[in-house]
Design a protein around this ligand. Structure first.
Ligand SMILES: C[S@@+](CC[C@H](N)C(=O)[O-])C[C@H]1O[C@@H](n2cnc3c(N)ncnc32)[C@H](O)[C@@H]1O
Length: 279
């Protein structure tokens, strides 16, 4: 289904195409529509790319892919709709938000108190994130949002007061580049409440880039000496058309014993499966 952008948006460029997905609440069957925009690199990233490859989905260190909607953000938004009670009255941060569909789901269907949207590029925040939030929630809920742009390195360097920390951090398709893990985990460590939860939509593995669930798991295990975070798989999505996708939960502290055992059993089995998947 395609809609026309409402007049109230007031963005200077021509209104882009809006598409609508139904996140559908699994138990009740209730319809939960969410809108996203089809944006063009040439029109909406002209300052960021300034003549560089306009066709590319990602130019590392310059443009990190936020204009486009990536599939794991839909998985994550569906998970949020199905667990919407958890977000009522909570403060939420979406890291690497792009169009911010998961954060929007916590506002629109989860009644979050405040959502802070972060993306690497200010052009993405201006053209993609703000536009998607307005189209989905209107002016009233827009007042509960804050928008920030910049690298995780720069955000991790800033102090955060305890009362400004978040109960939930969301992120989708942010685990593709292992060289960002250090700064990503530093931002999370700085901004997450002590008992807060990070919910992640990701692919198991990103071909050609090297990151993904396994690498992030390995990274966190190596950091364990400092007693930081553990990761659990809460949903696996495999449509057999593309690489397996997952929703992950990341929390502070050691994994419970039964989770460790399940993980170990899975690792032993995953060797063969991973082999089949990759080659
Ligand atoms: C592949 S896009 C995913 C966008 C969106 N979450 C989605 O799933 O549709 C990766 C996102 O990660 C963010 N990102 C990647 N590396 C980053 C870094 N070093 N600092 C800040 N943000 C970064 C970018 O903001 C970008 O929007």
């Amino acid at each position: 289904m395609e809609l026309t952008a409402p007049e109230i948006l007031g963005f200077p460029d021509q209104s882009p195409t809006i598409k609508t997905l139904d996140l559908l609440h699994t138990l009740s069957g209730e319809s939960c529509p969410i809108h996203y925009h089809v944006l063009s690199n040439k029109q909406h990233l002209s300052k960021t790319l300034s003549g560089q490859n306009f066709e590319s989905d990602l130019v590392p260190g310059v443009y990190e892919g936020g204009l486009k909607l990536w599939e794991c953000s839909i998985d994550l938004a569906r998970y949020i709709v199905n667990n919407r009670e958890a977000f009522i009255g909570k403060r939420v941060l979406e890291l690497g938000c792009g169009q911010g569909i998961p954060g929007i789901a916590t506002l629109k269907y989860g009644q979050a108190a405040q959502v802070v949207f972060q993306d690497y590029n200010d052009e993405v925040v201006e053209n993609a994130t703000k536009r998607a939030v307005q189209t989905n929630t209107g002016e009233e809920l827009m007042g509960r949002c804050l928008f920030i742009s910049g690298s995780w390195e720069s955000i991790a360097a800033q102090p955060v007061a305890e009362e400004m920390k978040f109960e939930f951090i969301l992120m989708s398709e942010t685990l593709y580049n292992t060289s960002y893990y250090d700064s990503l985990v530093s931002v999370i460590d700085r901004t997450l409440k002590f008992d807060g939860q990070v919910i992640i939509g990701t692919k198991t593995f990103y071909f050609g880039l090297g990151g993904g669930h396994f690498e992030f798991q390995r990274f966190l295990s190596q950091k364990k000496q400092s007693g930081q975070f553990h990761l659990s798989v809460i949903e696996k999505l495999n449509d057999l058309k593309s690489i397996e996708r997952m929703v992950l939960l990341m929390r502070r502290g050691e994994a419970p014993q039964e989770e460790k055992q399940a993980e170990q059993m899975e690792d032993e089995g995953a060797g063969e499966e991973g082999f089949q998947l990759s080659f």
